[in-house]
Design a binder for this molecule. Structure first.
Ligand SMILES: [Ca+2]
Length: 459
C-alpha cells in the first residue's frame, strides 16, 4: 500500500510538472539609432519587409519615446527601468555600474528566474556593464566603425577620419551585424537543445554612423528619389539651446566642419541611412526565421526597439542629441502569440516601460524600483489610450509630452531660461515654437507645473 502511495505521489508530481506552462522566452532586439521612418509608421521610403512582417505579428506603438536621446544613457535607463535625472544617465558613456549599481537590471531579473541570458553585440553601450549575462558576445572588428573599403581603411590607417558611409559589394556577414544575426541563431539552436528559457538580447549597430551597408541594399533605392525633409532648417522661433553642432557627423572626412551639409551629400547620407536600415532589416529576418524554424516562435515574446531617434537634416540638424520629437521617437513593436496581431496603438510608451512590460508578459513580479509602467493593457486593447504622457531629457532640456503638446524647458538655478512648445495637432514638424505665444500662456504655465511634479515624483 505504501509503495502504491509513493508511486501515486511521483506520478502526480510528474503530471503537474508537465502541466506547468513553459516560461515565455524573450527575444529583445535593439537597433541603434533607428528612427521610425518605416512603412509601419505610414512612411514608405525605407524598404524593411522583415520589420513589417514582425509588425504584422504584433502591436506597433505609434508613439514610443526614449527617455534620453543618446546611446549609453538611453540603454542604461531602459535596462534598469529607471529614468534619467540631472545626476544619472547623462551621456553616451553612462554606466549602470556607476549610476545605478544597486538595482536589479533586466538581465539579472531574468537570470534570477532561471533564464539563460545572452547579450550579442551592442546592448549596453559599455562592455561588462552588466554581470548577469551568461554570455556577452561582441563580433570581432579591427575598428569600431567596421570599415571594409580600401579607401576607408587607408584613411583610418593614417589616423584620418573615414567617410560617413560605405557602399561596397560584400556579403551580409562581412559586416558585424550579419555576424551578430548568425551568432544569435546559433544561440537559439542551443536554447532549443537545452530547453532552458532564454532572454536573448541582440543589438544591431546599424543604422548608426558610418552608414556602411553592402551594395545590394544601396541598390534598393533610386538616388534620384531621395528627398530632403520639409523642415530642413532650424525653426526661427526655437531657442538656440535647442540647437547643436552635430559633431558626431562632422567627424567624418566628407562632412564640412562648419555650416550646412550640401544637398548632394545630404541626399547621399539619407540614402546610406536607408540602405543601413534595409541591411539590418535583413538580419532581423535571419534571426526571426531561425527562431521560427526551430519551433520557438510560439513561446517567445519579441520586442523590437530603437534606442532613440535621429535627425536626417530635420530642423537643419543631424544625429540625435536634441529635444525635438525626431530625436526622441523610436519604433517599438511587441509581438507575442497571446496578443493582437497587425495592431497599432496610439497609447504612449516610454523606454522605461519595457522592463515592467516584460515582467508582466513573462508572469513575473515587477521589482519595486521600476519607474515605468507595464504596457500590457495597451497591448491587449490597442484601440484604447492608457497613457498620454512621456518625459525625456537631453542635458539641461526637459521635454514633457502630453497628448499632442511637446513642451521643453531649460532651467538654470531652478528657473526656466528657455522654453519650447509645439502643438502636433497643427504643427507635426515642429516649425513654430508657441512657448511665447500669448494664446498659450496658461498652457505653458500648466505644462511647466506638470513637468516639475513629474520630475519630483521620479527623482
Ligand atoms: Ca544609439
Amino acid at each position: 500500500m505504501k509503495q502504491f502511495f509513493i508511486f501515486f505521489l511521483l506520478f502526480s508530481l510528474a503530471v503537474s510538472a508537465q502541466n506547468q506552462p513553459q516560461p515565455k522566452n524573450v527575444l529583445f532586439i535593439m537597433v541603434d539609432d533607428l528612427r521610425p521612418e518605416l512603412s509601419l509608421y505610414g512612411q514608405n521610403q525605407i524598404i524593411s519587409p522583415n520589420i513589417d512582417a514582425l509588425g504584422a505579428s504584433g502591436v506597433t506603438f505609434n508613439r514610443a519615446y526614449c527617455n534620453v536621446p543618446v546611446c549609453g544613457a538611453s540603454r542604461a535607463s531602459l535596462l534598469t527601468g529607471v529614468r534619467p535625472t540631472p545626476n544619472r544617465f547623462l551621456t553616451y558613456h553612462s554606466r549602470i555600474k556607476k549610476d545605478m549599481p544597486d538595482v536589479i537590471n533586466m538581465a539579472q531579473y531574468f537570470k534570477d528566474r532561471g533564464y539563460s541570458t545572452v547579450s550579442n553585440n551592442k546592448i549596453t553601450h559599455i562592455k561588462n556593464d552588466i554581470d548577469a549575462w551568461d554570455d556577452e558576445w561582441y563580433p570581432k572588428s579591427k575598428n569600431w566603425r567596421n570599415y571594409l573599403s580600401e579607401e576607408n581603411l587607408i584613411l583610418q590607417a593614417s589616423n584620418k577620419a573615414g567617410y560617413a558611409y560605405e557602399n561596397i559589394d560584400v556579403p551580409d556577414a562581412a559586416y558585424i551585424d550579419g555576424q551578430t544575426a548568425l551568432k544569435s541563431v546559433e544561440d537559439l539552436k542551443q536554447f532549443k537543445a537545452s530547453g532552458q528559457p532564454f532572454f536573448l538580447a541582440v543589438g544591431f549597430v546599424k543604422p548608426h554612423l558610418p552608414f556602411n551597408a553592402p551594395k545590394k541594399y544601396w541598390d534598393l533605392y533610386d538616388p534620384n528619389s531621395i528627398t530632403l525633409p520639409e523642415n530642413a532648417t532650424f525653426p526661427k522661433s526655437a531657442p538656440q539651446r535647442a540647437n547643436h553642432k552635430w559633431g558626431e557627423l562632422r567627424a567624418y572626412i566628407d562632412i564640412p566642419k562648419k555650416g550646412p551639409v550640401p544637398d548632394p551629400i545630404a541626399k547621399k547620407l539619407i540614402h546610406g541611412y536607408y540602405a543601413s536600415v534595409s541591411y539590418v532589416d535583413a538580419q532581423i529576418g535571419v534571426l526571426i526565421k531561425g527562431l521560427t524554424e526551430l519551433g520557438l516562435r510560439e513561446n517567445t515574446i519579441i520586442v523590437l526597439v530603437g534606442d532613440h531617434g535621429w535627425s536626417l537634416s530635420d530642423h537643419g540638424l543631424w544625429a540625435k542629441h536634441s529635444n525635438f520629437e525626431v530625436a526622441l521617437q523610436v519604433p517599438l513593436i511587441i509581438s507575442d502569440s497571446s496578443l493582437p496581431k497587425a495592431a497599432h496603438t496610439n497609447s504612449i510608451a516610454e523606454l522605461v516601460d519595457i522592463y515592467p512590460t516584460l515582467c508582466e508578459l513573462t508572469a513575473g513580479e515587477s521589482p519595486t524600483h521600476l519607474q515605468g509602467s507595464s504596457l500590457v493593457s495597451a497591448l491587449e486593447a490597442p484601440g484604447t489610450i492608457f497613457k498620454d504622457v512621456a518625459l525625456a531629457r537631453w542635458q539641461k532640456g526637459e521635454t514633457l509630452i502630453v497628448d499632442q503638446l511637446f513642451y521643453t524647458e531649460w532651467q538654470q538655478k531652478g528657473k526656466a531660461v528657455s522654453k519650447m512648445l509645439y502643438n502636433h495637432e497643427t504643427d507635426p514638424n515642429e516649425t513654430n515654437n508657441l512657448a511665447n505665444d500669448p494664446a498659450y500662456l496658461s498652457t505653458v504655465k500648466a505644462l511647466s507645473k506638470q513637468l516639475e511634479q513629474f520630475k519630483t515624483t521620479f527623482n
